[in-house]
Design a protein around this ligand. Structure first.
Ligand code: SME
Length: 151
């Protein structure tokens, strides 16, 4: 399924009557099931007033990294840069936190509520260099829709 076909399903999840966490998990499930190179899909959110991220809903292998300090790993860097981070080859990154040895690439897109970076969607891929600008645009759309249910 291509991104164009996934958008109405994202919209339908967002507009549903379930809780925020149920919607976030449904989005993880939708993306992991329909994009073959998305192998771990999850959310991290700022942990209260702390300078750290806390793991939210996710689909994929369990991770030990339920708390990530700002600045650490790909996720922690996005928490401070406020920018998309596309990693075609995780082995080339010095500041990277490995969750699984099968992971080859990663993409992290921040979520903004009222202009503030409050979290992110994090996707790991077992395929080398799989992400294009189409992934960024699609995931930016997903994050913008999520922002509406968080504000
Ligand atoms: N690889 C991430 C850590 C989170 S796991 O991918 C689930 C990072 O370097 O921040």
């Amino acid at each position: 399924m291509n991104f164009h076909q996934l958008i109405p399903q994202v919209d339908s999840i967002i507009q549903g009557s379930s809780s925020v966490d149920e919607k976030l998990l449904a989005i993880c499930t939708l993306l992991e099931a329909n994009v073959e190179y998305y192998n771990w899909v999850g959310f991290y959110f700022r942990n209260g007033d702390k300078e750290e991220l806390k793991l939210g809903p996710y689909v994929g292998a369990p991770t030990d990294h339920t708390i990530i300090p700002f600045g650490k790993g790909i996720c922690g860097q996005v928490a401070v840069s406020n920018q998309n981070f596309v990693v075609p080859d995780v082995s080339a990154q010095d500041n990277y936190i490995a969750c699984s040895i099968t992971v080859k690439a990663e993409i992290v897109i921040p979520i903004f509520v009222n202009g503030e970076n409050i979290g992110q969607i994090d996707i790991d891929s077992n395929t080398p260099d799989p992400f294009t600008e189409a992934d960024e645009r699609f995931l930016e759309y997903v994050c913008a829709q999520i922002s509406k249910i968080l504000s």
